[in-house]
Design a binder for this molecule. Structure first.
Ligand code: PLP
Length: 386
């Protein structure tokens, strides 16, 4: 038997024990609650499109879950991020600091505003933006002026920092929000993967001016497609609602739009699904935590590094994740598991290695490069038998 098979056979058996026979996808949705009932109700109401009671209810549920003062539904997480950057006054030619280890949506949203992503390294323990690396980048390159924070090398304004809570593991937002405040830079959290993840008792996505969530089909809970912006600032909230709903001024019959708006509305049909799913969030989180502790216990015994939540934080364990010893080992593990129908995945190709972002500035990315070679995400769907 190959060395890889010897080292990982037990882990593959555990995946089989957890998820049964046949192909095991990385993350599939579960519809175990009121989904069909709410969808039928939504269709019966005829309000299937861009307004409706489920949108309002969804926003209320998101306020309650996150503790944010306001929640604005959007058509997907990318649109939520794009809008959050617009609301942060990110403009053509600005710079936005983000992490190289993320899903492409984070960078796409920056590019939609014709701003320049600047890549700063992540930490090995959280897989999220490193406050030390952020501070070092700013000390070496930035200066605070009356009109904001500027990059001395490029002359561009550094408008926002967008960290992301990778796989649901909470990043160090206390430190990052302190640095952003010190330098006069807006903090926007990409919390697409971290619904149900907390730092202390505070929900991820609520540490900056704005936070965004995704309800795509592969996330912890799904609305088919959907997103949400959260904020504690009533003015930003009002503006988010206005701009995402075509910038229409309220009137009984007149079609008046007071600026260029966006059709980033979440259809009521999707919101109905989201409401039914959010009702199950506590049960899903408990279920995922039980799966994570099975993986963690096995990995500890087998000497395989498993990514656990750091002390003082709660991860939603959206995707459970291990570290292989090398890129070669990672690829061998992926080949071995895929041959057996277990659809484990590597982390994303780093953003500065994608054609669209090849020419963007990167600070030293030692940890991101190291992690990208080694991370493997394991099947992590909610288990139905638990
Ligand atoms: C899922 C995700 C998004 C948003 O994705 P949508 O498919 O547009 O909802 C954004 N950022 C990250 C890191 C994600 O994982």
């Amino acid at each position: 038997m190959s060395e890889i098979a010897e080292k990982y056979r037990g882990l593959i058996s555990l995946v089989r024990e957890l998820y049964g026979s046949g192909a095991v996808p990385l993350h599939e949705p579960r519809f175990l609650g009121n989904e069909k009932r709410y969808l039928a109700d939504c269709i019966d109401s005829t309000f299937v499109s861009s307004v409706g009671a489920y949108v309002t209810r969804f926003e209320g549920m998101m306020r309650e879950i996150t503790g944010a003062q306001a929640a604005i539904a959007t058509v997907n997480g990318t649109a939520a991020l794009h809008m959050a950057l617009i609301l942060s006054d990110v403009r053509d030619g600005d710079e936005v600091i983000t992490q190289p280890l993320s899903f492409v949506a984070t960078c796409n949203a920056i590019a939609y505003q014709r701003a320049h992503p600047v890549f700063v390294d992540v930490e090995r323990d959280t897989l999220s933006l490193s406050p030390q690396a952020l501070r070092l980048f700013l000390v070496e390159n930035a200066e605070r002026r009356e009109t904001g924070c500027f990059n001395r090398q490029t002359g561009r304004r550094i408008r926002a920092v967008v960290p992301m809570h990778t796989f649901g593991l909470p990043g160090r937002m206390d430190a990052i929000s302190g640095i952003c405040a010190e330098w006069g830079i807006t903090l926007v959290e990409d919390a697409a993967e971290s619904l149900g993840s907390y730092i202390g008792a505070k929900h991820t996505g609520t540490f900056g001016a704005l936070g965004t969530f995704s309800f795509n089909g592969n996330k912890t809970v799904t609305s088919g497609g959907g997103g949400c912006i959260v904020t504690d600032d009533p003015q930003l909230a009002a503006r988010a609602k206005h701009l995402t709903t075509t910038a229409k001024t309220p009137h009984a019959w007149d079609f008046h739009h007071d600026e260029v708006g966006y059709n980033y509305r979440l259809p009521n049909l999707n919101a109905a699904l989201a409401c039914a799913q959010l009702e199950q969030l506590p049960a899903f989180l408990e279920n995922k935590r039980a799966t994570a502790s099975r993986y963690a216990a096995y990995c500890r015994m087998a000497g395989i590094p498993f990514m656990s939540e750091r002390a003082g934080t709660t991860s939603n364990y959206w995707l459970n994740c291990i570290q292989a010893d090398s890129r070669e080992e990672r690829d061998a593990v992926l080949a071995y598991s895929h041959a057996q129908g277990i659809l484990a995945r590597p982390a994303w190709v780093l953003m500065p290695q994608l054609p669209a972002f090849l020419n963007c500035y990167s600070a030293p990315l030692e940890n991101a490069l190291w992690l990208a070679d080694r991370l493997i995400s394991l099947p992590s769907s909610v288990r139905v038998d638990v």
